[in-house]
Design a protein around this ligand. Structure first.
Ligand SMILES: NCc1cc(CSc2ccccc2)c2nc(N)[nH]c(=O)c2c1
Ligand SMILES: [Zn+2]
Length: 371
């Protein structure tokens, strides 16, 4: 009995794009879906009620960061993530491996796990598949991820093969100690940019059996074309009847290509991080609000956007807020960017439902050329 139930509603006739529905203990998710990242148990600048208003259905929290501060046991004592952060929808937590590799200072990877120094105070820590499962059980997310190694890019075939085989062994260790029946466990496919290694990784994880399958190790510095190619040849290696999640992807065009390849779930810090830097997304491409050309521009960020920000604020005002370092600048830019990403997903779902995703994808690119 799995903690989640994935229904594949239909596949688009003109592409591998899929329409699905994922039921979790904290509610239902329509797929394809974009998942806002809430690293420190908050999606920066947004309240949970505002997240719901812009269309967020599931959010992410970061195991590594919450383990470091305030500590997973404290979160458990406060009732778990849902109660702690006042978000009653589904939550997905990563396994912490990726952040250790990308954030932790000196680190040592062995078969047992990863020893590393805290990026906060230099203290020494150790995370293994078993401790990652323990931390995620304490945090209480609805979907948890296997502990994996996300290899550096580029890396040679031999390194990627050994790393992928260890990630498969770590995945089995995770499944063997998984405690909570109310949490779903996703395996993470690795294998770098090599299709044979990706296939071997996918098969190894399917032999173990998981509630969903994630594609890790992409968007790690490779060219966009290569990222799209890896998504394209990896999706068919994954089971049809389980959710498929690409980790850390991406820009709007990457989501379009991921859906086109047959993936269902996406996450990225881009809409929230870029918002805080003044970069906002529109149906005709990106716009940097701090540009002098917007100083007296009465238009909304995107005239085609129906969000609260585009209904009420001009580019001139948003530029003024940003240049003045006002907190409201981050809030309004984030609000719009998340609405853009989540509306793009809603549009993709509608297009798949009406068997016209190929047209939707064509229109997406055509609009951006009008800039
Ligand atoms: N840049 C891609 C990326 C991103 C994440 C992080 S996704 C995330 C971030 C915060 C919260 C939840 C999920 C990854 N996580 C794991 N475990 N493995 C990867 O290969 C990988 C690759
Ligand atoms: Zn808007």
């Amino acid at each position: 009995m799995s903690a989640i139930d994935f229904k594949l509603i239909k596949t688009d006739s003109s592409s591998a794009a899929r329409l699905g529905s994922l039921t979790t203990p904290h509610g239902k998710i329509d797929t394809p879906i974009f998942m806002p990242v809430g690293t420190h148990a908050t999606v920066k600048a947004m309240t949970p009620e505002e997240l719901t208003e812009v269309g967020a259905q599931i959010i992410l929290a970061n195991t590594y960061h919450l383990y470091m501060r305030p500590g997973h046991e404290l979160v458990a004592r406060m009732g778990g993530l849902h109660e702690f952060m006042h978000w009653q929808g589904p939550i997905l937590t990563d396994s912490g491996g990726f952040q250790v590799f990308s954030l932790g200072e000196l680190r040592k990877i062995t078969e047992e796990g990863v020893k590393f120094q805290s990026h906060l105070d230099g203290s020494y820590h150790f995370i293994s598949p078993e401790t990652s499962m323990e931390i995620q059980a304490a945090l209480g997310g609805d979907i948890i991820m296997c502990f994996d190694e996300c290899p550096p890019y580029p890396a040679d075939y031999a390194y990627i093969a050994k790393s992928m085989e260890m990630t498969s062994r770590w995945a089995l260790r995770c499944k063997n100690v998984k405690k909570r029946a109310d949490q779903a466990l996703f395996g993470i496919v690795q294998g770098g940019m090599f299709s044979d290694l990706r296939e071997r990784s996918a098969l190894a994880l399917q032999e173990i059996g998981f509630d969903g399958y994630a594609l890790g190790g992409v968007s790690v510095g490779e060219e966009k074309e290569l990222m799209h190619e890896v998504m394209g040849f990896s999706a068919p290696f994954l089971p049809v009847d389980k959710p498929r999640y690409v980790m850390g992807i991406g820009a709007p065009e990457d989501l379009i290509e991921g859906i086109n390849a047959g993936f269902d779930m996406f996450d990225c810090v881009m809409p929230t991080r870029n918002a805080r830097n003044g970069m906002v997304f529109t149906s005709f491409g990106r716009l940097n609000i701090k540009g002098a050309r917007y100083a007296e521009d009465r238009l909304p960020i995107d005239p085609e956007c129906g969000c609260y920000v585009c209904k009420n604020y001009s580019r001139a005002y948003l530029r003024h807020l940003f240049k003045s370092g006002e907190i409201l600048a981050s809030r309004l830019n984030t609000w719009h960017n998340l609405h853009y990403y989540l509306s793009l997903m809603a549009g993709a779902r509608q297009a798949i439902a009406e068997d016209r995703f190929a047209d939707f994808r064509r229109d997406f690119y055509a609009k951006r050329e009008t800039m």
